[in-house]
Design a protein around this ligand. Structure first.
Ligand code: SF4
Length: 293
């Protein structure tokens, strides 16, 4: 079976589970990126019943926000229910800029609290569809077609969905949040070939030369962040202001700080390594002042 038909078969099977156990259609999380674009087109081709949800991260590029709006407008014309989720933290509406002072540290590769709050809090008691692919990163290399999320990575359960793993029935009966990854085994090439063949209009950020379209300044984007801040300088200001408020908050709470100014935080965060005796977030000294770039 080719990749497209395999992905469609997964969606059709997942849709049956969703309707039978959850009495609801599949819920597709749409980020505005290429992988969720593929999943959206596959859901249409699979002719399954589905709804679409987008989590507003508040740090997405304006082009991404407009693209999502346009796609949702089209989907609503097709009669597909769409929802934009505004992030909440401790019962209140929040944003990346409010979260940083509250968390007392910038988001980093190992402390991605922003994803937990801004993106992952949705879809409780639903059978979700996500555009996760193993080839995307080392972190995702062990992801399965269907997963039951645990409190930690170690206690998540991966189901052998393609071979009818019956263990999935119990969490479905309990309406637990199940994640379905129909394009888990696709490469980046497969994704672009599919989108080209399907003539899907993708997020304009790709045509601007960005190979990923997550939040502007996402710590996972590494050096690409410099280009992002050149392209969207207002976001650099937003981070700097948030870092300044974070330092004030640390001071107010009597927390010692390795940074004196928002500029120090920004350089540490961008891994400039310009600070003498720089410490990581757990207080360990980072070796040397050489520029590892
Ligand atoms: S900045 Fe990166 S880690 Fe944080 S919410 Fe955005 S995508 Fe997730």
């Amino acid at each position: 079976m080719d990749l497209e038909h395999k992905a469609i078969a997964r969606l059709q099977e997942a849709a049956k589970l969703s309707e039978f156990y959850y009495q609801k259609p599949l819920l597709l999380t749409y980020s505005g990126g290429k992988d969720s674009e593929v999943c959206l087109e596959l859901c249409r081709r699979a002719r399954v019943s589905f709804e679409v949800m987008h989590s507003l991260t508040t740090a997405d590029a304006p082009e991404t926000v407009y693209h999502v709006k346009n796609v949702f407008h089209q989907l609503e014309l097709e009669g597909i229910k769409c929802e934009i989720l505004h992030p909440r933290y401790k019962g209140k509406q929040t944003s990346m800029w409010a979260l940083i002072p509250q968390k007392l540290m910038p988001p980093t590769r190992i402390a991605r609290y922003c994803c937990q709050v801004l993106k992952e809090g949705s879809g409780k008691k639903r059978c979700m569809v996500l555009g996760v692919r193993r080839a995307e990163s080392q972190n995702r290399s062990d992801a399965g077609v269907a997963e039951l999320q645990g409190h930690t990575k170690a206690n998540k359960i991966v189901f052998d969905f393609d071979n009818g793993d019956e263990r999935i029935i119990v969490p479905c009966q309990m309406k637990a949040k199940i994640k379905i990854h129909p394009i888990i085994d696709w490469t980046e090439r497969d994704v672009w070939d599919f989108l080209k063949d399907a003539k899907v209009e993708v997020n304009p950020c790709y045509a601007m030369g960005f190979h990923r379209v997550g939040c502007v300044g996402c710590p996972m984007a590494d050096k690409l962040r410099w280009r992002q801040f050149q392209q969207w300088p207002k976001f650099e200001n937003l981070y700097r202001h948030a870092f300044a408020r974070m330092l004030e908050e640390r001071k107010a709470r009597g927390k010692p700080s390795q940074w004196k100014t928002a500029d120090d935080v920004f350089r540490w965060w961008m891994d400039d390594k310009n600070l003498d005796g720089q410490l990581d977030i757990f207080g360990n000294e980072i070796g040397g002042t050489d520029d590892g770039a």
